[in-house]
Design a protein around this ligand. Structure first.
Ligand SMILES: Nc1ncnc2c1ncn2[C@@H]1O[C@H](COP(=O)(O)OP(=O)(O)O)[C@@H](O)[C@H]1O
Ligand SMILES: [Mg+2]
Length: 359
């Protein structure tokens, strides 16, 4: 992308009554350019512009024209879906999206401006992530994924470039590949994937994906970050390349974290952890931890009382004990209310007999 294809600093964008003045470029990928900008109330934001490389061209004045109108229309819808997905997420580690609008023939997303660099930039310095930092990345991503997967969506592009290391928290960004999934349904591949981090199933044209698809990419990202080694891609592994367990490279790593990363990197989808909750449990209790069974359906209180009584009266010595005290009490009461107590005594004995019979 040549430099004059980007919008210059000072360019004004408008969404309804909101006016944003662009500053510098924060980053660009194959599908867009992200700028820092200031809203008219002084709030600094990030604005992502859909600008798919090779597919569009910028005219003087900023307008974008597409060479392949149909494909561009599809990407416009995709970018709106990206904004809507971000707006559904409430987790503090998911980028906040203020809204989207169409302008210049393309679409823009206004998001919270994240301070700090991406994990990719950090890894380019050659320094490995410490375990405590890797755990912070893992916990932040798991938190967002738990919410995202719960909404029936997958991220599909977890990698160091899409994880921001804000000084106070880690944030997962770039939901441009997010997709709805349903267990048992196939999903068409629509966007370029990142071969170094993607699991094998993502290379297929129309495949079943599950939350475990995101966990592979997350495991690969952490493996890279903790070892400064990029292990073979899933395609290379499928062709015979081996990947060493992470503790072979980083023996000081805690067993629970190493086991989680190695488990996420299983080639077969079904051999990986199946939910963010499962990973959180395994981090806390170790790999062989059995997930608690779902709660038993609650029984009505009256059933529990009846069963306790039945158990009690099944034992002959309890029947004798209760009968003894009943006879004494009834004897005393009979002397005061003879007729009424006679009826009560008969009823009581009948009830005890009934309880001891039914089970
Ligand atoms: N909200 C944000 N705040 C700060 N920088 C951001 C933000 N969103 C994106 N970036 C920067 O822009 C880059 C590209 O953004 P991303 O959403 O990943 O788009 P793409 O789909 O082009 O990969 C990121 O790697 C990051 O450096
Ligand atoms: Mg990205």
């Amino acid at each position: 992308m040549s430099i004059d294809e980007t919008l210059s600093s000072g360019t004004v964008l408008q969404s309804g009554t909101q006016v944003f003045t662009l500053e510098k470029i924060l980053g660009r990928g194959g599908f867009g350019i992200t700028y820092a900008a200031t809203a008219q109330n002084g709030t600094r934001v990030a604005i992502k512009e859909l600008f798919p490389e090779g597919l569009v061209q910028r005219l003087a004045g900023g307008r974008v024209i597409a060479h392949d109108r149909l494909e561009f229309e599809r990407l416009l819808v995709r970018t709106q879906f990206e904004a809507e997905t971000l707006q559904l997420l409430k987790h503090p580690s998911a980028t906040k999206c203020y809204g989207w609008w169409k302008q210049n023939g393309t679409v823009y997303l206004a998001m919270e401006l994240i301070k700090g660099d991406s994990l990719e930039k950090r890894l380019e310095t050659g320094v490995k992530l410490r375990e405590v930092e890797a755990r912070a990345v893992l916990m932040a991503c798991l938190g967002v994924l738990q919410e995202l997967h719960g909404l029936g969506l997958l991220h599909r592009d977890i990698k160091p470039a899409n994880i921001m290391l804000n000084p106070d928290r880690v944030e997962l960004i770039d939901f441009g590949s997010a997709v709805k999934y349903k267990i048992g349904e196939r999903i068409k591949r629509e966007r370029l994937l990142t071969p170094m981090y993607a699991p094998l199933e993502q290379f297929g044209e129309e495949v079943q994906l599950t939350p475990a698809t995101d966990f592979y990419a997350l495991g690969k990202t952490l493996y890279h970050a903790l070892t400064q080694t990029v292990p073979p891609s899933a395609l290379e592994r499928a062709a015979g390349a081996t990947m060493r367990p992470i503790r072979d490279l980083e023996p000081s790593l805690s067993l629970s974290l190493a086991e989680v990363i190695d488990a996420c990197l299983a080639m077969k989808l079904e051999e990986r952890p199946q939910s963010a909750f499962q990973i959180l449990q395994e981090l806390q209790h170790g790999k062989n931890y059995n997930l608690p069974l779902p709660d038993q359906p609650r029984r009505p209180q009256i059933d529990i009382v009846m069963e306790t009584l039945r158990e009690f009266f099944k034992k002959p010595h309890n029947v004798i004990g209760v009968s003894f005290w009943l006879v004494i009490v009834i004897g005393i009461l009979v002397s005061y209310f003879p007729t009424l107590m006679f009826i009560v005594a008969i009823l009581g004995l009948f009830l005890m007999w009934f309880m001891s019979q039914s089970s």
